[in-house]
Design a protein around this ligand. Structure first.
Ligand SMILES: Cc1cc2nc3c(=O)[nH]c(=O)nc-3n(C[C@H](O)[C@H](O)[C@H](O)COP(=O)(O)OP(=O)(O)OC[C@H]3O[C@@H](n4cnc5c(N)ncnc54)[C@H](O)[C@@H]3O)c2cc1C
Length: 383
């Protein structure tokens, strides 16, 4: 009988919890180490398009996600003054809803419970300190001095991945896009059943439902690369960015108090960054997944979906009796085209967002429907 295979997963975010659950569910013995002292998440909300929902179904948590989240009816696009430009009412594919949005906290709780059910041992407040490649495994020394030997190490340690820096140096550090985004949870007016996208001169503002009671405001603005903002200036700057917006965006703007806190927590501001790590995303038996390998801007709401797909494809390739090196090569061949497709489209939409040339902007807008249809078609194929 073959011995039990052992994996270490680094990072209890979306990708790490998905990888740990997928491997645990296939009989691997999994340790998951998370640097935060408390098993929690940061940020506000997430959209899950159909391919992400298929990944959540494969992880066994789709029903809970649907129960906790919200399925909005479609998207309404407005200009800054409140004139309706377009309405999208996508059809549900036969197998899953076209989209579910939810709070990050709810997703984190659901995914943590799934990992625990799959037998994953979650260790908080620590990380790896060093590791040594052996002939048939990796020997890891942890920050608390413990030592473990694994067949595979999966690093899902996010956009500022220390593992990426260790394996590949600083060449693939996050790239500034020259854009930043705001996020803030706000109460959901019951009559609002569409997600709303408002295009303004100084910013693009979106409201996305999170559940029956909450939605979140997501605002993208152009910034100087390297620009950083401290908490004390957030409220004033956000109100300024939203000056001139009407409708729900104007009402949210007027509810922001000077403390920088929304009704349901802090205002978040962060520069939008990308990570483009060339293949392969592994060295020896240590592989990077999720934002650590390919952080993408939120324009297609695909970062979490891509991280979960990475996890599932990796586990499926390892499922066969094949060796870890062969499985990693097969994982890479499957993931690279799909992830680059998503990154390229998200980047193109980002660049168009603040396009000042009206002819170019109109041409891009005219092609948006076809672009969206192509993205949906490609991502409907199995990961
Ligand atoms: C504004 C914004 C909106 C977004 N909206 C969406 C959306 O609607 N839909 C969507 O799919 N995606 C969205 N994304 C992207 C999505 O949040 C990320 O792609 C996703 O969280 C990536 O998951 P991850 O597991 O790779 O990394 P993370 O979720 O960042 O998790 C990394 C984990 O690793 C831990 N860690 C870090 N370093 C170490 C270490 N040395 N040792 C141990 N643990 C460590 C961290 O504490 C964290 O828990 C959005 C992103 C942004 C910025």
């Amino acid at each position: 009988m073959s011995r039990e295979r052992r994996a270490l997963v680094v990072g209890a975010g979306i990708g790490g919890l998905a990888a740990a659950t997928a491997l645990g569910g296939r009989g691997w013995s999994v340790d998951l180490v998370e640097i935060k002292q408390i098993n929690t998440t940061v940020g506000v909300g997430l959209n899950h398009p159909a391919n992400a929902l298929r990944a959540l179904r494969a992880l066994g948590v789709l029903e809970e996600v649907v129960a906790k989240g919200y399925q909005y009816r479609g998207i309404r696009r407005y200009d800054q003054s409140g004139s309706l430009i377009a309405v999208f009412e996508p059809e549900n594919p036969p197998d899953v809803p076209f989209q579910i949005s939810m709070t990050r906290a709810d997703l984190h709780d659901i995914m943590t419970a799934a990992a625990e059910k799959a037998g994953v041992r979650i260790r908080l407040g620590g990380s790896w300190r060093s590791f040594t490649e052996l002939a048939d495994g990796v020997r890891v020394v942890f920050t608390d001095g413990a030592v473990g030997t694994y067949d595979l190490v999966v690093a899902a340690d996010g956009i500022r991945s220390a593992m990426r820096a260790h394996l590949f140096g600083g060449r693939y550090d996050p790239i500034e896009t020259g854009y930043a985004c705001w996020r803030m949870a706000v109460p959901r007016p019951p009559e609002l059943t569409y997600s709303e996208y408002w295009n303004g001169a100084a910013a693009k503002a979106t409201v996305i439902h999170l559940n029956r009671d909450l939605m979140y405001l997501l605002v993208v603005e152009q910034t100087e690369p390297g620009f950083r903002l401290d908490r004390g200036h957030m409220a004033d700057r956000l109100r300024g960015r939203l000056a001139g917006f009407g409708g729900i965006i104007g009402r949210i703007r007027d509810s922001i108090d000077s403390s920088g806190d929304g009704l349901h927590g802090h205002i978040h501001w962060a520069p939008l960054q990308e990570v483009v790590l060339p293949a392969p995303w592994y060295r020896g038996r240590v592989v990077l997944i999720g934002d650590a390998a390919h952080a993408v801007t939120p324009h297609l709401a695909q970062g979490a979906g891509m991280a979960m797909e990475d996890a599932l494809v990796l586990a499926a390739e390892l499922d066969a009796t094949r060796s870890v090196p062969d499985a990693l090569a097969a994982f890479m061949a499957r993931r690279l085209p799909r992830v680059r497709f998503v990154q390229d489209h998200a980047h193109a939409i980002l660049l168009n967002e603040m396009e000042s040339d009206s002819a170019r902007k109109a041409a891009f807008a005219a092609g948006l429907g076809a672009r969206q249809a192509e993205i949906t078609r490609v991502l409907a194929a199995p990961a």
